[in-house]
Structure formats: structure tokens, C-alpha cells
Write a protein that binds this ligand. Structure first.
Ligand code: ZN
Length: 315
């Protein structure tokens, strides 16, 4: 049977300031901070997760905020733009909100759809698109009502240094369908209703440089642990070099670098973010894996304090 991913599971990026990160993704965009933990490989750095009310796959963006990070450069081998989907007729709300919060934006059209593009405080590129597809958000925060709120990812623009190879991988290995090629991009569709439309540059793009304001990797969805094992075998037999399966506490993961330079992960939908704290209290407490618990006091004292707070735009 052909393997087909439902689409994006999560996207992980580098930024500098933890509080600015929280203020942007919770305060400006109205997402829920569903998990506050640390980089398991560098416990002096947070790992912050933002998504819908439950932290559902296809809605999760995660960050490693590190003050000393160098500024990255967006380019080939990265996700160039992360696309969020909002309900139809919500652009007027978002234009007013971004303006009142002094976030400059520009509008563009791709594949017949209109986009509002802007950057976060570290230069990470984001955009909004209106679509019917995908369930409406149940989370209202910071003055963003549910009928205007971000539903999750619409997709992403991948910037590949070898776009023909990236396109072939998406179709032949990841199971996406080619929808159209128009201008600078080819569009591919995955089977899910969110995180499912992936645009890839047609002409090769020069390699970017990792650092603050750039995406580190994009993770694709595997439905369960058995499916994840099949994915690993499938990726390996397709000529890629996946890592062993790694327990990331809220999902299992494998990673491999594709030929266009982009780091791909495949992550399981289960167990999700209610694994170690109650669904009503996601993100409120610093969560540590068991092996770090004895060092909690020391770890907490090395992390900058952050607070999730509302930033009411005038919209
Ligand atoms: Zn990841």
C-alpha cells in the first residue's frame, strides 16, 4: 500500500527572545501555548509549543528561543514561509489587528488565493490564507474570536536547492498529489484538511543559513506507532537515511534530510500534549521529562521568566 501523510504535523523554528515569542504567537496570533518545556539536549533553552486548544497535529509550531542565537537567513534547504489558515471573511479582522499591533504586512496572490504575509519579531516569515477547509478553532484568546481565529496550518512554502528532487520526494515517498504549477511554485496536496497544501519553488534557490528567524525542520504526520514503523522502512527503502525512532514525549519522531536540503521529520499523532498535564491546564507549568526532574530548581533558575498575556488589537 502506498504511504500517504495527512500533511504537516508541526514546524520547529529558532528565535531569540522567549517573551517576544510568546507575545507574538499567543498575544498577536491568538494561539494557545500548549506546552512549556526545555530543549532536551540543552536544558538552559526553552522548547515552547503553540497550537489550537488541544495542540492538534497540523496546528503546532514550536520554538527554541535562545538569546545568543545568530540571525539566520531564509533560503534554500528551509521552510521559507509558514502558512496559517483562517476562516473565510476574516481578512478584514486580521488586517485591522495587524495594523493596530504595528505589524506591517503585504498581500499577494498564489494559485488563485489571496495571502497576507508578515514576519514575527525574529524575522520568521508567516502568512494567512482564508479557506473553508478544516475545522474552526475552539480557542479564543487575546481578542481573537473563534470565527476569526487561526484553524491551524494551511501549509507551507518549501525552498529547495533541488526542487525537482524535493517534488519527486513529496509525490513518490510522502504521497502528496501534484495539483498545479503556476509561476514560481508547484503546489502539492496531502490528504488532511489542515497543513495539506505545500508549495515548492520551481527554480532552485541558493541555500539559506540556519539561526534565529528560520525554520529548523518540518514534521509530517504518521497516524500511529505502527504506521510510523512503516514510514521508517518506507523512507529508508526509498534511499533516504532516517534516524532511529526517537521518543519526543508528545510524539515519536524520525528525521532525515532530503536532497533539496530541508530537514524532514515524521511524527506520530499520538500521544499528544495531554500526556503529562491536564487538557485544561496545558502549557501552564514547566514540564520536564522524568530524568530532568531532580534538577528542576536549577533548570528553572536558568530560564528567563515568561508570561502568556493578551495583546488586544483594536479589531
Ligand atoms: Zn520536530
Amino acid at each position: 500500500m502506498t504511504q500517504q501523510t495527512a500533511g504537516i504535523h508541526h514546524i520547529t523554528a529558532f528565535v531569540r527572545h522567549a517573551q517576544a515569542n510568546v507575545d507574538f504567537y499567543a498575544g498577536v496570533l491568538g494561539l494557545r501555548m500548549v506546552k512549556k518545556t526545555i530543549n532536551f539536549d540543552a536544558p538552559e533553552v526553552y522548547h515552547l509549543y503553540f497550537g489550537d486548544e488541544h495542540g492538534s497535529p497540523a496546528t503546532i509550531i514550536t520554538f527554541f528561543p535562545w538569546e545568543h542565537s545568530r540571525q539566520g537567513r531564509i533560503g534554500g534547504g528551509q521552510v521559507g514561509v509558514t502558512t496559517y489558515v483562517v476562516p473565510p471573511n476574516s481578512f478584514e479582522f486580521w488586517r485591522a489587528r495587524l495594523t493596530s499591533l504595528e505589524i506591517s504586512y503585504e498581500e499577494s496572490t498564489r494559485f488563485g488565493e489571496q495571502y497576507i504575509g508578515f514576519s514575527d519579531r525574529d524575522g520568521l516569515r508567516l502568512e494567512l490564507v482564508e479557506r473553508e477547509e478544516g475545522p474552526e478553532s475552539t480557542w479564543s484568546y487575546s481578542g481573537v474570536p473563534t470565527d476569526k481565529a487561526i484553524k491551524g496550518f494551511g501549509g507551507a512554502i518549501l525552498l529547495s536547492t533541488a526542487p525537482a528532487k524535493t517534488a519527486r520526494l513529496l509525490q513518490d515517498v510522502m504521497g502528496l498529489e501534484h495539483v498545479a504549477t503556476e509561476g514560481a511554485y508547484s503546489r502539492f496536496r496531502a490528504t488532511g484538511s489542515l497543513g495539506n497544501l505545500i508549495d515548492v519553488n520551481v527554480e532552485p534557490v541558493a541555500a539559506g543559513a540556519g539561526g534565529a528567524g528560520t525554520v529548523h525542520h518540518i514534521a509530517w504526520r504518521a497516524k500511529d506507532y505502527a504506521d510510523h514503523e512503516v514510514w521508517r522502512t518506507h523512507v529508508e527503502s526509498s534511499g533516504y537515511h532516517p534516524t532511529p525512532i526517537i521518543d519526543r514525549q508528545y510524539f515519536n519522531a524520525i528525521y532525515f534530510r532530503e536532497e533539496g536540503g530541508i530537514l524532514f521529520e515524521i511524527a506520530t499523532d499520538p500521544p499528544g500534549f495531554a500526556r503529562d498535564e491536564e487538557a485544561e491546564h496545558l502549557g501552564e507549568k514547566l514540564m520536564l521529562p522524568e530524568w530532568f526532574e531532580p534538577k528542576r530548581a536549577e533548570i528553572e533558575s536558568n530560564l528567563p521568566p515568561i508570561v502568556v498575556r493578551e495583546l488586544k488589537g483594536e479589531a
